[in-house]
Design a protein. Structure first.
Length: 355
């Protein structure tokens, strides 16, 4: 009996040490290994030359645990660009290995709040420790200057703390914030960037009452993508994105939103019912996004700006129901962390998950 008590006590001591001393030590060592492999490491250094697309925000204003506010980052060769800066976009880019500090230009599709509400955080990412000598360029429709001025003003006090704390090498006052470029697309499409084999073309889409609303096409050494921005079904998108490798198109499932609208009505939430009704007329269903992809002759379709929220993957087949009927290419319902790589001199399209 005495031996049994000693054995039981010994076992308890062993378990206690294992759980409270050894396990935390292993976790701590794992943490050190992980940060050594990632912190301060340029994870683009070994990438193949090509177009690399990072989904930093696949969602909409509706809260979705897998999808933050709209944000797509693009690496064309060594040059980095960001298209829209929704909530959490910049936070997602770090773990995905995207070089936010090197962003050459941020392009806005339109000035709805969900596309700009992460801009303050994004501009901190492009400023601090970036080595740039001038503010980041932010380009978008008429009105972009007012938005940039507002963000610069809102973050100016914070910038003085950063400079005081980290010094001018890390937080250079000369490169704080952003400068705006307003793009007037009344003439239709327009090449808005054309340098080092990279061509970015802005085109009009249909998101009334929002004027203007743009999509963008990015071409790099024979590989290409297009980003729809927010739009209802618009034949102009197929024309502007003709023949691209991958079309990134927004998507709203009308039937699922109608179910939400009916629920709001049943629960007496009149304002919410009206909003859920209104949003159906300026977005595109997955079926119509696939129709555009077919008309454009693209290989793959990646859906983003997903409405409604899809907290479970079991909802994805319902979300895309009917989209593959007419379109033979691959359809992906993206989430934060989806990475699409298009190496030059190749037809391959590689999908990864970076979060
Ligand atoms: Zn939106
Ligand atoms: Zn919008």
């Amino acid at each position: 009996m005495k031996k049994l008590v000693i054995f039981a006590f010994g076992l308890l001591v062993f378990l206690f040490i294992g759980r409270h001393v050894l396990a935390p030590k292993m976790v701590e060592r794992g943490f050190a290994r992980m940060v050594t492999a990632n912190v301060g490491v340029d994870r683009t250094a070994d990438l193949e030359d090509g177009l690399h697309v990072y989904m930093c925000g696949a969602g909409s204003p509706l809260a979705d645990p897998k999808r933050s506010g709209p944000c797509i980052a693009v690496l064309a060769g060594k040059k980095a660009f960001v298209f829209d800066a929704g909530t959490n976009g910049s936070q997602n880019l770090g773990p995905m290995g995207f070089p936010t500090g090197r962003v050459e230009e941020i392009f806005l599709t339109h000035l709805h709040s969900d596309h700009i509400d992460g801009l303050g955080q994004m501009l901190l990412g492009t400023w601090i420790n970036s080595g740039r000598t001038a503010p980041t360029k932010v380009s978008g429709p008429i009105g972009t200057a007012q938005i940039v001025e507002g963000f610069n003003m809102a973050y100016q006090i914070d910038s003085t703390y950063r400079t005081a704390h980290h010094g001018t090498k890390v937080a250079n006052p000369a490169s704080f914030g952003a400068t705006a470029r307003e793009i007037d697309l009344s003439s239709g499409t327009q090449v808005v960037y054309d340098k080092d084999d990279i061509r970015i073309t802005a085109f009009n889409v249909s998101h009334a009452p929002v004027h203007a609303a743009f999509g963008y096409r990015i071409d790099y050494k024979g590989r290409s993508i297009a980003i729809s921005g927010d739009t209802k079904y618009d034949p102009n998108i197929a024309i502007a994105s003709k023949g691209v490798d991958v079309l990134f198109h927004e998507a709203l499932n009308m039937e699922m939103v109608k179910t939400m609208q009916a629920a709001a009505k049943a629960n007496g939430a009149k304002g919410l019912e009206k909003i859920l009704f209104d949003i159906q007329d300026y977005h595109t269903s997955p079926v119509d996004a696939a129709k555009t992809a077919k008309q454009a002759g693209v290989n793959d379709l990646v859906l983003y700006h997903i409405v409604p929220m899809l907290p479970s993957d079991a909802l994805i087949p319902i979300f895309v129901r009917g989209a593959s009927d007419d379109f033979d290419g691959k359809i992906t319902v993206s989430e934060d962390g989806t990475i699409v790589r298009l190496p030059v001199d190749s037809d391959t399209i590689i999908y990864e998950h970076g979060l």
